[in-house]
Structure formats: structure tokens, C-alpha cells
Design a protein around this ligand. Sequence first.
Ligand code: ZN
Length: 473
Amino acid sequence: MPNNVRRFSGACRRLVFSLVAICLVAPALPRAQQPVDMRALQDEAVANLEQYIRLNTTNPPGHEDRTMKFFADILTKEGIPFETAESAPGRGNIWARLKGGSQPALLLLSHMDVVPADPRFWSVDPFAATVKDGYIWGRGTLDTKSLGIVELEAFLALHRAKVPLDRDVVFMATADEEAGAAYGAGWVVEHHPEAFKGVGFVLNEGGGGSVDAGRQEFGIEVTQKVPYWFKLTSTGTPRHGSEPPVASAVNRLIRALYRLQTYEFAPRIIPAVDTYFKGIAATAPPQWKDAFLDMAKTVKDPDALLRLKTEYPEKAALTRNTCSITMLSGSPKVNVIPPEASAELDCRLLPDQDVPAFKRELEDALNDPGITIEQLLGFTPAVSSTDNALYRAIATVTKAHYPNAAIVPSVSTGFTDSHFFRDRGIASYGYAPFLIPQADESGVHGNNERISIENVRTGTQMLYEIVKAMVSQ
Ligand SMILES: [Zn+2]
């Protein structure tokens, strides 16, 4: 909502109860429905986030049973039934459902685990939820405990206000996203399919707002690069390191990896990526405006492509398949030529890529049939539509609060738990209702992760408005 409207609402709250009701709630609502005290909800969101951050769920080992209990206590106090399930000792998952009408259910999803934080490189204790300079500091403030809290607050507000629902709303917080979700969303999908009964929409992490030099951009993530992870293994005769043979397992692997490292996957602009670049062109720096408007042409210009890779590696990654060589292993001893050497590759495919064709291209690039290629992980490519109730609700509410922002469907270079649902044809969106300064984004998986209290407060209101729009069509 624009600032002037927010101030008006604030003034209303200071009046007597009957006026509050008139100010905050549309007059034609059923009698049973109660008004939502947004300021109280925002205060609660900030307090809950601080508590949530203090529960250390560094993965590994996770210990999401702590945060599962945190949510269970809150839901118990509210009288909302819930289910919990531990996929392994200490690995907690929790979900709750508000019953509504027959429209496809909305799932509010987030993960409870966080990546490790090394306190030596932080200016505050990463698990103290220090409040300083208008920010809450701590591991998980951006990825993704704040989203979990604003989803919770929207869920609680619907329940408390007795909002009539034309669809079920499910709140779910899971373990293990940061390590692939074998103990989290992936496990719940497999072992508790009943939790997803009737779900047609998922709101999850993966998109959101960012601001750089005054330029605001909100990405509503509709698809992701598709991860394919491979292990390459070469073999050879082991020997003493003092007697090098012409060919060894290590040498052979290095030669193949060099061929891959210097191989260029051809750029190509898929429709979702084209829409994304066109959407951000208006607010892009002047030298990029025209280039973003016609990316199919831009990527054919080697100079422009190189500039894109240098200035915006994350945007460049949207224009082609990529493979990063990330893990290497050879001999455990310096003077032993090993019988086996291996490398692991993190490849990310454009979401419409034909997978067998990509594997053939990878084999050709490595150009050594003696090296075995084992697939460690791979997902089904899928894109969610921009033409449905949830996408529209997200876009409309975001526009009302940030009228100057570019609001665009986006493609993520990384992956989240959304793939479990997109794989099943469920429309899933990555979106957090926060406008994060670009400088703060490095806190995601980095040091000094923090979120402004203003973001938590505005985000609480925005998420409630999005969910409210979804349940009252
Ligand atoms: Zn995350």
C-alpha cells in the first residue's frame, strides 16, 4: 500500500473500536469476521522472528525439531490443529491447515534450516538476533526465516479474524532445504502426501525485491535453472609418483576437464528469460536498457555477452546452460599415482532444455569415452504460469506497496523446494515480500545477514494482503 494510505490506516487505529472497523475492514463482510490489528500483527512478527533466529538450525546437522516445536507451541496456543513429522532424529517438519471452500488450496511453504555461520567473520553473534541500526541481524534473516514468519502471521491472522476462506490454506515449515531436502519437503512429499491434498498453489522462497541505486525490482520466480550434478571418474594404473607414466587417471581427467572448462555452451533466450529482461529494461542502467530489450540480439554480440558475464554473472547464467567444476579428488598421498581420479560438476540447464541432448553435448565436450559420467542429481524442467490468481495477487499487492518497482516474472539460477511441486504441475512461485538493498544480499549464505525491521513490518502486511486476496476471490 502507498505511504499515504498506510498513514491513514495508522490514524484510524488510534480511534475508537467502531471506527477502526470502518477504517480497516470493508463494510460488507460477514458478521463473524473480526478486524485484523495490523500493527499488533507486525509487532508480533518482529518478536517471533527474533525468537526464531535464536533457535540455531544450522544444517548440518539441522536440529529443526527446535523450530518445529517453536511453531507447534504457537499453533497450540491459537487452537489450530497441526501435524509434525521427524524424518530422522532431530529433523522436524510441521504443517497446519485452515479449512475453506473447494478452490485449489494455497500452500505457504518455507524451510527452517540455515547454512552455517562462522562467528569470526560476523560483527554480531549470528544466533543472537541482535537489533541494531533498524535491522535484525542473524543467520536466516534473509534465507529464509523472515518469509516463514510473515507466512505464519498471515496464517494466524486469517484464523483469528475468522476470515471466510474459499480455499484451504496450508502453513508448512520444513527441514533440510539447504542440503537438498531429503529430510524436508522431498521427504514430506513422499511420506505424507495427505499434507498436500488439494494444493494448487505454492508460495515459497526464491524471488522478492532488491534495490540498487534507487532502482527497485521485484522478481516473482516462475521457474529455475534445472540442476544436473555429475561425477566424472577416470581410471589408470597406479604407480609410484617418482615414475610418471604418459597417461594416468589424474592426467586424463585434467585433460577432459580442461576441454570442458574452455567449452562454451551456446547462449539462447527462452521466453521466461526474455520476459524477465524486458521487464527490468525500464529501470536498468542506461547502457543496458536497449540490450535488455532485445536479449536474443545481445547474446549474439561477443563483447556484450562478455560484459554481461562480468557485470551480471547471475543474469548471464540465465542465457545458457552452465557447468561448474566444483569437486576434485585424486590420490590421498603425494607420492602415489592413484588408480582413480574423480571430479564433480554442477551443471544448470535452461528450464526447457532437452536433457538427453545436453548429456550428449557434455560427453562431446569432455571428449574421452574412457571417463565414466554418473548422474548424481537431476530434476524435471517446469515453468509456472503468470496467468492465475496467485501470480496476480502477488503482482497487485507488490505494485500497491512499491509503485515504482519493476515487477517481473523471474528465473532463478539456483533451486529451491519449489521443484517438488512444479514437477507435479502445481503452480509455484518464489517470492518474499521484502525489498532488500543489493549490498545486503551478500548476507544470504554470507556474513552479517540482516533484514530491516521496516521490511519485516511491511512484508507482514503484504503477505497478509496477498493471502487475503487469494482466499476471497
Ligand atoms: Zn533458502
